[in-house]
Design a protein around this ligand. Structure first.
Ligand code: SAM
Ligand code: SF4
Length: 338
């Protein structure tokens, strides 16, 4: 269905856990309080909401977290969601640590695509960012997914290496730190899009130094003079560029310096069952309350449909990350799902 600004909402991001096996500094830097499992939506509840959402025009679902691969039987959920009439894509966003061992089951379950979050190819920096020495496992996971043929994208948060690590990394172009050129290098021989995400001042992201995409895009352009903007973009928030001779593309998701709210097509369900209308704001609908009420089946379904409709109609025209007072969302990104 369309929201109050005429945007077609067809994409639902579902966070299935607020727990994680990494401790990324901008997301969940320490052991923060997590919610008891009883307050997290069950797979059956997620399926029920998704079925109603599909009835209102949602056709694409992304499973996220926390780290979705640490929740037991995630492949069962993928199968359940793929069986819903109207849902044609079920994708996953993961940190990739457990990916290698799960790739065969994910492929069997029919996952349509996997986004792996990876901010650097430098082992020490990876550990500094995530708190864990797991770069090797992530790279093995990427290799396994590639070999089995699952479509892959790499997502990297644009951290400012100078301010983050106290120095620029070795080996990069003088104007483009190595973290960025190493990651872009992943697109050279593989049909994999490497996308940079502008750090958002949500949760712990407020205290982390990001590099603005106004600067980063200029630096990438200088380092790859043949860089060409794609004439036809994908319709999502990423703006894609091609580097001559590279199989994959470079994308920029510029939440601060870009303006993609006009084409925003998504709503988000947190692991606790709150349906959010925009990342930046705490507005939305408590779907768990409806799911767990003692209404009769048909009445509950009608209430869920109405709740989802309300959330879509509440979507604001745009997010505003520039004014501190504007951001009403206080949850950590691990609880929202990114
Ligand atoms: N654990 C999974 C992962 O890391 O891919 C899924 C959940 S994570 C919250 C989803 C995405 O949000 C990741 O790509 C992560 O880098 C991104 N993210 C987390 N905090 C962010 C922030 N403050 N600004 C921009 N992106 C952020
Ligand atoms: Fe975990 Fe993903 Fe957050 Fe990193 S970004 S702490 S991997 S949920």
């Amino acid at each position: 269905m369309k929201d109050g600004y005429g945007r077609k909402i067809n994409y639902l991001r579902i966070s299935i856990t607020d727990r994680c096996n990494l401790r990324c500094r901008y997301c969940m830097p320490e052991d923060i309080d997590t919610v008891p499992m009883g307050q997290i939506l069950s797979y059956e509840e997620i399926e029920e909401v998704s079925r109603c959402a599909a009835g209102l025009g949602i056709s694409k679902i992304r499973i996220t977290g926390g780290e979705p691969l640490i929740r037991r039987d995630v492949c069962d959920l993928i199968r359940m969601l793929k069986a819903i009439p109207g849902i044609d894509t079920v994708a996953l966003t993961t940190n990739g640590v457990l990916l290698e061992q799960m790739v065969p089951d994910l492929a069997k379950a029919g996952v349509d695509g996997i986004n792996v979050s990876l901010d650097t190819l430098d082992r020490k920096r990876y550990e500094l960012i995530t708190g864990k020495d797991e770069l090797g496992s992530v790279l093995k996971g990427i290799g396994a997914a590639e070999r089995i043929g699952i479509p892959l994208k790499i997502n990297a948060v644009s951290l400012d290496p100078g301010r983050y690590f106290g120095s620029s990394s070795q080996g990069g172009d003088a104007r483009l730190p190595g973290d960025f050129s190493d990651l872009i290098g992943l697109a050279q021989y593989r049909p994999v899009d490497v996308r940079f995400i502008e750090l958002m001042p949500i949760g712990y992201g407020k205290d982390c130094p990001g590099i603005g995409h106004d600067r980063l895009i200029g630096m990438v352009r200088d380092a790859y003079p043949g860089l060409e903007k794609e004439e036809v973009q994908g319709g999502g928030p990423a703006v894609y560029y091609r580097i001559p001779g590279y199989r994959g593309r470079v994308g920029f998701i510029s939440a601060i310096h870009g303006r993609f709210c006009d084409s925003c097509n998504r709503i988000r369900l947190t692991s606790m069952g709150f349906l959010k209308s925009c990342l930046c704001y705490d507005t939305g609908v408590d779907i768990k309350d409806l799911l767990r009420s003692d209404m009769a089946h048909e009445q509950k379904e009608e209430a869920l449909l109405e709740g989802i409709r309300q959330c879509i109609l509440q979507k604001p025209a745009a997010h505003v990350f520039s004014g501190e007072g504007e951001i009403t969302e206080k949850k950590a990104m691990s609880a929202i799902g990114g």
